[in-house]
Design a protein around this ligand. Structure first.
Ligand code: NAD
Ligand code: ZN
Length: 365
């Protein structure tokens, strides 16, 4: 919210305009791509997490001879250099601008697909666009199909990338997908721990939104429902199939919630952990959140109950053995995220979250 000539100006939120939800809906991607091909007669690019390479649903995707299928590697979270390399690969392999980019995978793959769609129409390196509203041209039409639930990447206007100087999203109205397909069947077989960590990302999004200073009734409604669903899935007695459907929706709601508010202390500290130690987003948030009872009291206790019930053992002493240089870098990255701290602690946050305080919190992890 900003003030202009005495008037309050509210954010004009760009949301994903088209959505399909339902079991087995992934097969409808064929019709969606066909509609784009009708307009431009150009091939489509499918960017699929390589973990799905041998899966039945991938073999059944309607892929034309001139479409490009790229299996992406997400052993590490996406880097700007990888996005640039993939963009060049698409440009080298296809003389025509693709009619659509389809991303199928977890948050990392969705972010890669969003970023490549943008970089096909914008010059330079993806690292040039890390920040807020730096993208000038709409990307290629892009479709997101999540195969993990929790990040909210399917609905957000950002693609989070690690660049040469920081881990920061390309935040813009052009980043959001044009179409998403939420098919709970695609969550089948996700390893137990990964499912938990990514789902907790969503629980934490809601927690940080609800306790932040940017909260409003729009965000609250999404965040509350998202948390209710996470609690039912991880503390209730829900059958796994139904739980997958709930997690898909919880992720979307958590994403919608932060889209019109912001995340907070946990995400800021997690960004530092990821940048310096390469800790992945889901598990990094869990490690940080576990130490943040002072900020998110009741939710941290609920989170610990979930951990226990699901027999999840978090890594310990992650920051032990860090050099002074690495610790300072981690603090620098975390404290550079001004909007997150403003949301969590208010406009005077720098007086509360000093480098010493951030160091103290990191040393507990
Ligand atoms: P991920 O995409 O990084 O994947 C984690 C692991 O799970 C990978 O090994 C992947 O191959 C595997 N995997 C994915 N789907 C699977 C399936 N169905 N079955 C088995 N394995 C599967 O995990 P994530 O937690 O979904 O995403 C984290 C990423 O999302 C980070 O890069 C983070 O920065 C980003 N993120 C983006 C936003 C956004 O709004 N754009 C928000 C939060 C997080
Ligand atoms: Zn997150």
């Amino acid at each position: 919210m900003i003030s202009q000539a005495g008037l309050t100006m509210y954010r004009n939120l760009r949301i994903v305009p088209q959505l399909i939800f339902g079991r087995g809906s992934v097969h409808q991607v064929g019709d969606i791509v066909a509609a784009q091909k009708k307009k431009s007669h150009c091939p489509a690019v499918l960017m699929i997490d390589e973990v799905h390479q041998e899966k039945g649903f991938v073999r059944q995707l309607p892929i034309a001879a001139d479409d490009l299928v790229i299996f992406v590697n997400v052993d590490t979270e996406p880097k700007t250099s990888y996005v640039d390399e993939l963009t060049r690969r698409v440009q080298d392999l296809s003389s025509r601008q693709p009619c659509a980019v389809v991303g199928i995978g977890g948050g990392s793959t969705l972010d890669i697909a969003k970023a490549v769609a943008l970089m096909l129409t914008n010059p330079g390196s993806s690292s040039d666009y890390q920040g807020w509203d730096l993208v000038h041209h709409p990307g290629v039409y892009h479709v997101g199909i999540p195969t993990l639930a929790g990040t909210g990447a399917e609905v957000s206007r950002t693609t989070v990338l690690t660049g040469p100087v920081r881990k920061l999203g390309i935040n813009s109205d052009y980043t959001a997908f044009d179409q998403i397909i939420l098919d709970p069947d695609l969550l089948a077989g996700v390893p137990r721990e990964q499912r938990f960590y990514t789902a907790m990302d969503c629980f934490i999004h809601a927690s940080e939104a609800l306790s932040g200073t940017f909260i409003n009734e729009f965000s609250r409604a999404f965040a509350e429902k998202s948390q209710v669903m996470c609690r039912e899935v991880f503390l209730g007695d829900i059958e796994e199939g139904v739980a997958d459907e709930m997690l898909m929706v919880a992720s979307y709601f958590g994403g919608m919630s932060i889209a019109y508010s912001q995340v907070g202390v946990c995400h800021a500290l997690c960004y530092g952990l990821s940048y310096v130690l390469g800790v992945r987003h889901g598990i990094g948030n869990c490690i940080a959140f576990n130490q943040l009872e002072e900020y998110y009291a009741e939710d941290v206790r609920t989170f610990r109950t979930m951990l226990k019930k699901h027999d999840i053992e978090l890594p310990k002493v992650v920051t032990g053995g860090l050099s002074e240089l690495q610790m300072n870098e981690m603090i620098r990255v975390a404290l550079s995220l001004d909007p997150l701290w403003q949301n969590a602690l208010g406009p005077e946050w720098r007086e509360i979250m000093t480098s010493e305080r951030a160091r103290e919190l990191y040393l507990r992890m």
